[in-house]
Write a protein that binds this ligand. Structure first.
Ligand SMILES: Nc1ncnc2c1ncn2[C@@H]1O[C@H](COP(=O)(O)OP(=O)(O)OP(=O)(O)O)[C@@H](O)[C@H]1O
Ligand SMILES: C[C@@](O)(CCO)CC(=O)[O-]
Length: 481
């Protein structure tokens, strides 16, 4: 059976299959004091329903959280252990920094120091430079794309840690597992960014809650702070993010998102009555980097500015039409005409993304297979260039045709996902103890060994999952906005 590492990365040029772990996870260290119990954070992936890429250029996008999530377990070490460790087995990354050797003087210099409530919209080149010597010894044996994946995750953590922490920060281990495929357009980087940002903000004790009777304005402020720092981590991972992924991952549910001015917070409209659309989510297993795909569109805009801007504007019009339809008083998802309009808009949006040059033959093959059986409307979702598609299924799609489609997708080695849209955003499990409903007392204490050894995505989901397949789990808490 595949272990977590083998399962995670798609079989492509950034293949993580069978990568040796950099070193064995350190699972035998002495763990937290009762004052600093081990705790967890978790955040969802997302699908972009309309408007990816255009959103990087100031247009609107509509996106919703999905039920696949990342989970981060934080274990505080005893006072004498002055190290910060990352255990990210999904990508085969294991690294430890000596806290006292990190570039504190640069990060805490008055001209550079940021506060936990600040809005940071660009990475500081001096800070990036100061981090370099501490990143160059991360996975020195890794090569090519594999190395980039490690560097991206390590730099996201280090930039946040050095910005939010200080030299007297307690030594800690950050163990991360995700049920999301990586580089598949489903927001894996945003979900780990939200996990890291919320964990560090909790460790420096700047977050209130989450607790059940928290006023919603307070909850909103906490989520906003997490989201701002998650955006910083996203900038470390993919250069020029719009912020839509981390916004959905932090707040959950579904939103219309637009960032016209990068020096100001984006405009985010929650879509409270976002319909539970019957969606089929398919991964090409062709991993790619969001940074590369975003750069492709940037390059097209430079070489064909007028045409590219025109395409981006028509994408905006598609997103706007879908938004108007969903928020109109007469909207009903039972109405086949409405579904058909949303579906046609998805098809148009896909065509626009093809013109921007971010499709891939495997994405086109999924479209072809769906079109051949005629069960719905398909578009790529996320950055494209591989990654995933979403298909809005026709309400009257015949079960036989659907079965036929599933067989074909399986035969051609595509990966189908079942997921629900619009779930919770960032969650906290403090301390790391879970109890299933009906269980008498005690509950399961999640320690690093259990967490790192859980078998595959299903093992992670069943051990620490927000639902874990059960009706209700006691322990995970969310800021309710
Ligand atoms: N489970 C994970 N463990 C460690 N690092 C991860 C994990 N998931 C994502 N990452 C980091 O995020 C990067 C992938 O980000 P990228 O934005 O390219 O893809 P994505 O977020 O899955 O897709 P999209 O942005 O299109 O939704 C990886 O290279 C890695 O650095
Ligand atoms: C391609 C893109 O629009 C969506 C990636 O999920 C990039 C971004 O918004 O940061």
């Amino acid at each position: 059976m595949n272990g977590p590492l083998e399962n995670k990365m798609a079989s492509s040029n950034i293949n993580g299959k069978g990568q040796p772990k950099s070193s064995k996870p350190r699972m035998n260290r002495k763990i937290s004091s009762p004052m600093n119990p081990a705790f967890m954070t978790s955040a969802p992936g997302k699908v972009i329903v309309y408007g990816e890429h255009a959103v990087v250029h100031g247009k609107a996008a509509m996106a919703a959280a999905i039920s696949l999530r990342s989970y981060l377990l934080v274990t505080t070490l005893s006072k004498s252990q002055r190290t910060m460790s990352l255990e990210f087995p999904d990508i085969g990354l294991s690294h430890t920094w000596d806290i006292d050797a990190l570039p504190w003087s640069t990060f805490s210099h008055p001209s550079k120091k940021k506060m936990y409530y600040d809005l940071v919209t660009t990475l500081d080149p001096d800070l990036i430079e100061a981090m370099q010597p501490h990143l160059s010894d991360v996975s020195p044996e890794a090569k090519g794309e594999h190395k980039k994946i490690h560097q991206a995750a390590a730099s996201a953590f280090l930039y946040l840690f050095l910005s939010l922490g200080n030299q007297s920060f307690p030594g800690s281990i950050y163990a991360l597992r995700s049920t999301l495929p990586i580089g598949a357009g489903l927001g894996s980087s945003a979900s780990i960014s939200v996990c890291l940002s919320s964990a560090l903000l909790l460790q420096i004790r700047t977050l209130a809650g989450p607790h059940p009777d928290q006023p919603s304005e307070e909850a909103e402020l906490q989520v906003e702070r997490i989201n701002r720092w998650a955006f910083v981590a996203e900038m470390c991972i993919h250069g020029n993010p719009s912020g839509v992924d981390n916004t959905v991952s932090s707040g959950g549910k579904a939103v219309l998102f637009k960032r016209e001015d990068y020096t100001r917070p984006p405009k985010v409209i929650p879509l409270r009555n976002f319909p539970e659309l019957p969606l089929l989510l398919v991964n090409t297993k062709q991993a790619r980097s969001t940074a590369t795909e975003v750069a492709k569109v940037g390059a097209l805009k430079e070489s064909l500015p007028v045409i590219t801007e025109a395409i981006l504007n028509t994408i905006d019009a598609v997103t706007e039409s879908a938004y108007k339809l969903i928020t109109s008083g007469s909207f009903s998802k039972e109405d086949p005409h409405t579904t058909e309009t949303l579906g046609k808009l998805m098809n148009v949006n896909h065509g626009q993304l093809v013109s921007l040059g971010v499709s891939h033959p495997r994405l086109e093959r999924i479209r072809e297979l769906v079109d051949l059986v005629g069960v719905g409307w398909t578009k790529l979702t996320g950055a494209g260039g591989g990654g995933s598609t979403i298909t809005l299924l026709q309400p009257d799609a015949s079960p036989k045709a659907l079965e036929e489609l599933e067989e074909k997708l399986d035969a051609e080695d595509f990966e189908r996902f079942e997921t629900t849209l619009g779930g919770d955003g960032v969650g906290v499990l403090w301390p790391a103890v879970l109890r299933d409903e009906g269980e008498e007392e005690g509950g399961i204490e999640i320690d690093q060994q259990k967490f790192l050894e859980a078998e595959g995505e299903a093992g992670v989901e069943s051990l620490v999952g927000v639902r874990g397949g059960r009706e209700k789990r006691d322990g995970w808490k969310f800021w309710r906005v």
